[in-house]
Design a protein around this ligand. Sequence first.
Ligand code: APR
Length: 237
Amino acid sequence: MAEERRSHLVVFTGSGISAESGIQTFRASDGLWADHPIEAVATPEAWRRDPRRVLEFYNTRRAQVRRARPNAAHKALAELEKRGFRVSIITQNIDDLHERAGSRNVLHLHGEILKARSTVDARMQYRLPRGGIELGDICDKGSQLRPDVVWFGESVPHFAEACEIVGEADLLLVVGTSLAVMPAASLLDHAPMEAPCVLVDPEAERLSPPGVARICQTAGKGVPQLVRHWQREGRLW
Ligand code: APR
């Protein structure tokens, strides 16, 4: 495929793409927020009120992420990129399963659980190859570390960049998200008018905004099927 002729696939993923890797989604009746109220673990107020509880919540989730393995959907997207397709991934997920599958262009809208950051300076970030964050763990400026994730009520630092990427899509593939959280869900509005948009989600029938094609399947089935089709055709559409 000639570099300048390659069309651009932008993939926007949510927790549903990692569900078959054993990572819980958020809003199902047995989802993460059912047992852990957002106000108690995922807001700046929760952090001020009870930082130990917040750290414990993310330490447990970090251990789950480390145990999880990329599934067929993550792998298919990475394979497409390896075969020479131009693929950009924008994920709401804080896990690293896209990267571990081999995808190279991944933007984390809501941060990364395998990183810590300073509470006083968001640019001071540290990888967490093992272990968790404890009270008393400090940055180089002496301030407490926190997970490098975006909490409810905080701004989304990479949102403008994500809008630019979506604005250059030839096809937008949305996978495993209820599109319930702003501003992430509004990314769909930034796709060019002529770019088709497809949602792969078992609940796609119910969730799909107008003009979005639906594939009511799990990510592990629906994404590899689409990818195989694109590979056979040698193009997206
Ligand atoms: N394959 C594909 N999609 C699936 C699968 C699967 N195997 N299993 C469940 N889903 C879908 C559900 O149907 C649902 O539409 O995944 C979606 C999960 O939706 P939510 O629980 O709302 O999670 P998400 O959209 O990722 O949440 C967005 O909200 O709480 C915040 O910061 C958090 O990034 C998260 C954001």
